[in-house]
Write a protein that binds this ligand. Structure first.
Ligand SMILES: Nc1ncnc2c1ncn2[C@@H]1O[C@H](COP(=O)(O)OP(=O)(O)OP(=O)(O)O)[C@@H](O)[C@H]1O
Ligand SMILES: [Mg+2]
Length: 403
């Protein structure tokens, strides 16, 4: 038994008391600096306490600003009180990354409603009918949370919102409401004006956290996740400052400390200091890029892949004044490469107009920088430069597409 390779881990000293509580998947009971957001959301959902239809809500905010945590916290509380008082609320949470079409969303709900039945292979209209019937028969106030709603396919999104809204016209009893959550600045502009006004009946924008707020959030988590006194205050300050400088993202801040703790354990240290936080930061940044790339919608992944292919052999651009701009690509050549790749991987290529939107979107995420050719280059076109390591991104994406 003494030979077991896990023996060392079993007896290893650790800086953590409950590592789970510093994991980014953990939702703490208290969410400091989100009192106003919690209050607003509770008010918008409160009609459920009178067995009436809650408002539709759209929540936008950058990555790690507490959107999912706040919604889960408020809806859990509402669910609890509804069960106690027998209010007919039926909340369902889903992450649209895993349910990208109207059929997938409705199918998921119907399968939840009737857990003993198997609806595989049934038509769309049958599934929609079952969905309505269950809500009507049970007189439910059905509340669907569509987290990361921007991950729903472009051509399905209006249809989904429209169908869910329209259900209310077909129901004499019961209701259907939705909460949409997104960190995508462009999502709303993609909606048809009518669906936009339905979804955004009530709206909230969650601001990023500043360094002081992140420090408090981290301190609260450190107290429950680490042994007393092992995390130095300079470690907390560094983690908060790094995260505030980059994005005001609480998830990244929490990740910095989790990884720093793991580094201390690995190196058999008794403390977590700013040295481990700095090492952790480098590691986390790699992972953040990876997860950003892998969670982009497929079409954006294809555009990014096209850019990395073209970046392998960048021709650069000779300007009229004779100077040479290195590593710059023409948007036209990327569009051509993108169209070829789309075909290769069985996706329908989008029009040039959508393609331009995607380029803007990739720029907002920091993957590329763009400039107008304007001065010194013939014609007027968008020039694109990759801002991240081409090979890393390409390998990640090829693994996805070739899988
Ligand atoms: N006010 C807060 N207090 C304590 N922890 C927080 C707070 N806000 C966010 N967090 C923590 O940060 C992490 C990310 O939060 P959350 O998942 O809610 O972000 P999000 O806005 O949904 O981000 P994304 O757009 O990436 O989905 C979680 O671990 C959560 O516990
Ligand atoms: Mg979220």
């Amino acid at each position: 038994m003494a030979d077991n390779i896990f023996y060392e881990f079993l007896n290893q000293d650790s800086v953590f008391i409950d590592k789970n509580k510093i994991s980014p998947h953990y939702t703490p009971d208290k969410l400091p600096f989100r009192d106003d957001q919690i209050k607003d959301l509770s008010m918008w959902l409160s009609p459920a306490l009178k067995s009436q239809k809650p408002h539709n809500v759209f929540i936008y905010g950058k990555v790690g600003t507490g959107k999912t945590s706040v919604v889960r916290h408020v809806v859990n509380q509402l669910d609890q009180i509804s069960i106690e008082n027998k209010f007919p609320l039926y909340p369902v949470y889903l992450n649209c990354r895993n349910y990208q079409t109207k059929y997938a969303v409705l199918f998921y709900c119907v399968q939840l409603f009737y857990p003993d039945k198997n609806f595989i292979g049934y038509s769309r209209s049958f599934i929609y009918d079952k969905f309505l019937t269950f809500i009507k028969d049970n007189k439910l106030n059905f509340l669907i949370i569509l987290d990361e709603i921007d991950k729903i396919k472009d051509k399905e999104i209006d249809d989904i919102i429209y169908t869910l809204t329209r259900s209310n016209d077909e129901l004499l009893v019961g209701s259907v409401s939705m909460i949409g959550i997104s960190n995508n600045l462009f999502f709303k502009s993609r909606l048809d004006p009518r669906t936009k006004s339905s979804l955004c009946e009530q709206e909230a924008v969650y601001p990023p956290y500043n360094a002081q707020e992140l420090r408090e959030i981290l301190t609260q988590r450190v107290n429950v996740a680490f042994k007393p006194g092992v995390v130095t205050s300079s470690a907390i300050n560094s983690a908060a400052a790094f995260a505030a400088k980059e994005s005001g993202d609480a998830r990244t801040a929490v990740m910095f400390l989790l990884k720093a703790g793991e580094i201390s354990d690995r190196d058999k240290l008794k403390q977590v200091t700013d040295v481990e936080v700095l090492k952790a930061k480098e590691k986390v940044e790699q992972e953040v890029i990876k997860s950003m790339v892998l969670t982009l919608p497929v079409q954006l992944q294809l555009v990014l892949l096209a850019i990395t292919h073209k970046s392998d052999n960048p021709k650069g651009i000779l300007k009229i004044d004779g100077s040479f701009e290195e590593n710059v690509l023409y948007s036209g050549e990327i569009y051509e490469m993108y169209s070829l790749l789309a075909e290769k991987y069985d996706e329908k290529p989008v029009s040039m107009r959508w393609f331009r939107e995607y380029i803007t979107e990739l720029e907002t995420y920091g993957f590329i920088t763009t400039m107008q050719s304007g001065k010194g280059v013939k014609g007027n076109t968008t020039l694109i430069k990759l801002g991240v390591d081409s090979k890393t991104i390409q390998n990640l994406l090829l693994k996805e597409f070739e899988a």
